[in-house]
Design a binder for this molecule. Structure first.
Ligand SMILES: [Zn+2]
Length: 90
C-alpha cells in the first residue's frame, strides 16, 4: 500500500499573508498519524495510509476545526496526492 501526501491552502480573513496554524491528522481509530505547520498559508502532510482520516486545524486565534479527508488506496505512486483546502472563520 502506498502512502499519500495531503496538501492544501489554509485561508482566513484575519491573516491574508498566511494563517499561523497547525494541521494534525488523526486516523479513524484515534491514532495521530501526522502533524505539520502551516507555512505561508500552505501545508503538506506526508506518509498517510489509505482511509478516511480527520484533519484538525488548530490556530490560537481561531476555533479549532475538524474536517474529514479521504485517502484512496493507490497502487501506483503517481496519484498519491490529495488536495484539501481549508477556510477558517473566527
Ligand atoms: Zn488566521
Amino acid at each position: 500500500m502506498s502512502r499519500a501526501r495531503v496538501t492544501g491552502r489554509v485561508e482566513c480573513a484575519e491573516h491574508p499573508a498566511g494563517c499561523p496554524a497547525w494541521i494534525t491528522v488523526i486516523s479513524a481509530r484515534g491514532k495521530r498519524l501526522a502533524k505539520a505547520a502551516v507555512n505561508q498559508g500552505s501545508y503538506t502532510v506526508e506518509g498517510l495510509p489509505a482511509g478516511t482520516h480527520t484533519l484538525v486545524i488548530s490556530a490560537s486565534q481561531h476555533t479549532p476545526r475538524a474536517e474529514l479527508i479521504s485517502v484512496e488506496d493507490t497502487l501506483d505512486d503517481t496519484s498519491g496526492v490529495v488536495q484539501h483546502d481549508i477556510r477558517l472563520s473566527h
